[in-house]
Design a protein around this ligand. Structure first.
Ligand SMILES: Nc1nc2c(ncn2[C@@H]2O[C@H](COP(=O)(O)OP(=O)(O)OP(=O)(O)O)[C@@H](O)[C@H]2O)c(=O)[nH]1
Ligand SMILES: [Mg+2]
Length: 326
C-alpha cells in the first residue's frame, strides 16, 4: 500500500511512509493556484468507528480497527493529496474517563484535537446517546470551527423512522452541526461527507509534503499491527495491558528484519500471551507478519519477545518511552 523511503546517507534516519502513486496520480504532488488545506480532526467516544471512517476517507489502512473499545491510543494523521487540496485527517483515541496515566494521555490527544482543527468531525453511532460523555460534548458545542456530526453504523438500523429520532436527539445537543448519517464500514454516504469537507477547507498552502501519507514513522505501524493482532486474539485485561516497542527495523533490498518486544504488566499476563508451548505468540507473530508484509510490500522477518514492565500504564518514564508523552 505504501512505499518506504530511506535516506541512504544517514542510517539513523527513520524511514518515512509515502503515498504510492500510480501513473495517473503522479500529478498529485503538484500544488495548483487557489490551493486549499486544513486539519480535519475526528473525535468521539470509543468504538463508534472513527478509525474505520478515517481509513475510508484516506483510502488506506492507516489506523487499526477492532471491535474492542480503546483500540486507538495515539493521534494518527492520514493525509489526502490532490493538486488542489491537502486534507490532514487526525484519528484520535475515543473519549473516556481516565483510570490510569495512559488513559490520561489518550484523553489529552482527544482534547488537543479540539484546539487545532479547521473542521471537526464528531463521530457517534446509532447506538449511543448524547448523554454519554456530556462534558466533552459541551466543549464541542462551544467550538467556533465547522462541526460535522457523523452518525455512523446506520447499516444497523431497521427503518428510517429510527434515524429521524436519532438525528432529532443530536440536533438538540449540537444545534449548529451539520448532520451526516453514514456507514463507514459499508461505504455509505461517505463520499458526500468528503465533498462537504473539501468545500469547507480553507485556502492554504500544504502543511506536509504532497506525497506524505501520514505523520507517523514506519515503526509506529509495525507496533500498531502487532497490537491489533493482540487485541484480536486475547480477551479481558490483556489488550489493555500490552504495549509494543520495535527494537530493530532493518530494511534490506527485498526484505525487512524486525525485532519487537511486547510489554505486559504482570508475570501471569506474560504466560497467557505466550500460550502453551509458545502457540499463542506464534499465532500473533504469523498474523502480524502477513499484514506488515502487505503494508510495506516486502518480505518481513519478525521476531517477538515478551517482557514484564510492572504497572507501565501508570509510569511517566515508560509512557514517554512509548511515545504517549512528549
Ligand atoms: N455495523 C457497522 N460497524 C462498524 C461501522 N464502522 C465501524 N464499525 C465497527 O465498529 C467497531 C469499532 O470500529 P473502530 O473504527 O475501531 O472504532 P473507533 O471509534 O476508532 O474505536 P476506538 O479507537 O476504540 O476509539 C469495529 O468492529 C468496526 O468494524 C459501520 O459503519 N457499521
Ligand atoms: Mg480507533
Amino acid at each position: 500500500m505504501s512505499e518506504l523511503s530511506t535516506n541512504p546517507n544517514n542510517e539513523a534516519t527513520e524511514p518515512v511512509i509515502k503515498a504510492e502513486f500510480n501513473d495517473a496520480a503522479i500529478a498529485s504532488t503538484e500544488t495548483r493556484p487557489g490551493h486549499k488545506a486544513g486539519f480535519v480532526n475526528i473525535v468521539g467516544n470509543p468504538n463508534v468507528g472513527k478509525s474505520t471512517l478515517m481509513n475510508d476517507l484516506v483510502g488506506e489502512r492507516v489506523s487499526i480497527i477492532t471491535s474492542k473499545a480503546q483500540t486507538t491510543r495515539h493521534r494518527i494523521m492520514g493525509i489526502v493529496n490532490t493538486p488542489d487540496y491537502q486534507i490532514v485527517f487526525s484519528d484520535t483515541p475515543g473519549v473516556l474517563k481516565p483510570n490510569y496515566k495512559l488513559q490520561e494521555s489518550m484523553l489529552n490527544f482527544a482534547e488537543g484535537a479540539l484546539t487545532d482543527a479547521d473542521i471537526l468531525l464528531y463521530v457517534t453511532d446509532v447506538v449511543e446517546t448524547p448523554d454519554k460523555n456530556a462534558d466533552y460534548l459541551a466543549k464541542v458545542a462551544r467550538q467556533k470551527m465547522p462541526v460535522l456530526l457523523v452518525i455512523n453504523k446506520i447499516d444497523l438500523l431497521k427503518g428510517n423512522g429510527e434515524l429521524d429520532a436519532i438525528i432529532a436527539r443530536w440536533k438538540e445537543t449540537l444545534p449548529n452541526a451539520e448532520v451526516f448519517p453514514i456507514s463507514a464500514k459499508e461505504n455509505f454516504n461517505t463520499a458526500n461527507l468528503m465533498n462537504r469537507i473539501i468545500e469547507l477547507l480553507p485556502p492554504s498552502p500544504p502543511y506536509f509534503g504532497k506525497d506524505a501519507l501520514t505523520d507517523k514513522p514506519a515503526r509506529f505501524f509495525v507496533t500498531e499491527i502487532i497490537r491489533e493482532k493482540i487485541l484480536l486474539n486475547y480477551d479481558k485485561e490483556i489488550p489493555y495491558s500490552v504495549e509494543v516497542l520495535v527494537e530493530k527495523f532493518e530494511e534490506k533490498e527485498n526484505s525487512i528484519h524486525i525485532m519487537a518486544t511486547i510489554y505486559v504488566e504482570r508475570d501471569s499476563q506474560k504466560g497467557i500471551l505466550i500460550g502453551k508451548g509458545g502457540s499463542m505468540l506464534k499465532r500473533v507473530g504469523t498474523e502480524a507478519r502477513k499484514d506488515i508484509e502487505t503494508f510495506f510490500g516486502k518480505r518481513v522477518f519478525l521476531e517477538l519477545f515478551v517482557k514484564v514492565e510492572s504497572n507501565w500504564r501508570n509510569r511517566e518514564n515508560k509512557l514517554k518511552a512509548f511515545g504517549y508523552i512528549e
